[in-house]
Design a protein around this ligand. Structure first.
Ligand code: ATP
Length: 366
């Protein structure tokens, strides 16, 4: 029997609640599988760790993660600690340190979800956003000079490398090629940003030559927001810079019904380092500890984690269980207009996994 080593990094706020729910789902799955099991290692990094040690994670934290098969991450954010400290001290440190350069964000309207666009049918919205995850606007390059004085200067430099742009474009073209529509939209802003974004466009055109079966187009990021709302079915796979995709994927999640549903994978495609899976929502302190957090974004992230491990059938089983549960409005959490608690949704998904795991009840992929 295969044993997968899974690092659990719940982080802060509702991250703690949804990662514990994600672990329950993985355990329910392992309980019905006879070919694999999970060995969990829990890392208590985040805001509380910062209060004790003055850092969000220990200096050798990345070493502890390197030997893992995958990481399940909650969220980084604490009302008492500045956001740039929590983000850079934990999540971005892991993404950059483990070279998880492809941030992959699937979005679709799950069964039973009342999405806000009135003219958009569920089949019209089925996207995967690929976000560059290690450089660009969030490279971390920059600084402050004359701090606190009237002549203070602050810079955040967007750094785009040819290698970094080419590898993310290539990843996106490959992903588009693997999807039925073989359709890719490259998001840009090369009209206003006349250096790096022009290089971004040029590299897209070069990489496209290696993927003649992929239909692709370019869209300015501002126009892309309107297109997502007005013509969602014209999009399929989307590739964008770190900042652009950050914003577009929150819009995508809202258009699909809730931030609480959306998953993401921070992927190191070459598998030199483990990849990390997380819901896209933040720590949501307003609902922390109340049992209101929607755990579906984490469960969908678990599906991505299983796919990454090559456990495709297991991933399908979890996705089917999620879709059975979202189809029932009585199992909707408050963000979806319902009254169900995190625990009720988790128990329902686990029960679906267990019943689908019984002989003769193989699930079908929706
Ligand atoms: P960050 O930690 O990135 O600063 P945040 O805490 O400001 O994020 P988000 O996670 O981006 O907040 O979410 C905004 C709001 O959406 C939350 O305050 C919360 O009310 C709601 N929300 C987010 N995630 C969920 C969820 N999983 N379930 C229910 N509601 C959610």
């Amino acid at each position: 029997m295969k044993t997968y080593r899974i690092a659990l990094v719940p982080g802060d706020g509702i991250g703690k609640e949804v990662i514990s729910a994600g672990r329950e789902v993985l355990q329910a799955l392992a309980g019905t599988a006879n070919t694999f099991q999970f060995e969990f290692t829990h890392f208590d990094w985040g805001g509380d760790y910062y209060r004790r040690h003055g850092a969000m994670m220990p200096p050798d934290g990345l070493d502890a993660l390197r030997g893992m098969d995958a990481i399940l991450f909650g969220s980084a954010g604490d009302p008492e600690i500045p956001d740039h400290v929590t983000l850079w001290g934990l999540r971005l440190k892991i993404c950059q340190g483990l070279d998880q350069y492809a941030n992959v964000r699937p979005t679709r309207i799950l069964p039973g979800i009342d999405a806000p666009l009135k003219r958009c049918k569920p089949e019209d919205l089925n996207w995967v956003i690929v976000r560059e995850n290690t450089e660009g606007e969030y490279s971390g390059a920059g600084g402050r000079v004359h701090q606190g004085h009237p002549i203070e200067v602050a810079t955040d430099m967007s750094v785009m490398t040819r290698a970094g742009v080419e590898r993310i474009q290539r990843y996106a073209f490959r992903l588009a090629q693997s999807r039925p529509r073989k359709l890719l939209t490259v998001i840009t802003k090369s009209n206003a940003q006349r250096h790096a974004m022009v290089m971004w466009d040029e590299i897209a055109a070069e990489v496209a030559k290696d993927f003649p079966d992929v239909t692709w187009d370019k869209e300015l990021v501002d126009a892309a927001t309107a297109r997502m709302v007005n013509r969602p079915s014209s999009l399929d796979t989307i590739v964008a810079t770190n900042l652009h995709a950050d914003i577009l994927s929150d819009l995508a999640a809202a258009l699909a019904g809730s931030l609480g549903i959306a998953p993401t994978g921070n992927i190191n495609p070459e598998r030199v380092y483990p990849s990390m899976f997380e819901p896209i929502h933040g720590s949501a302190f307003d609902i922390m500890g109340k049992g209101l957090a929607n755990p579906v974004g984490t469960f969908w992230s678990v599906v991505m984690l299983l796919e990454h491990l090559g456990e495709i059938h297991a991933a399908q089983r979890v996705m089917c269980a999620i879709e059975h549960v979202t189809a029932n409005p009585e199992l909707h959490t408050r963000d979806l207009g319902g009254e169900a608690t995190t625990a009720q949704v988790t128990q329902a998904v686990c029960a679906e996994i267990r019943s689908a795991g019984k002989p003769g009840q193989a699930p079908s992929l929706a």
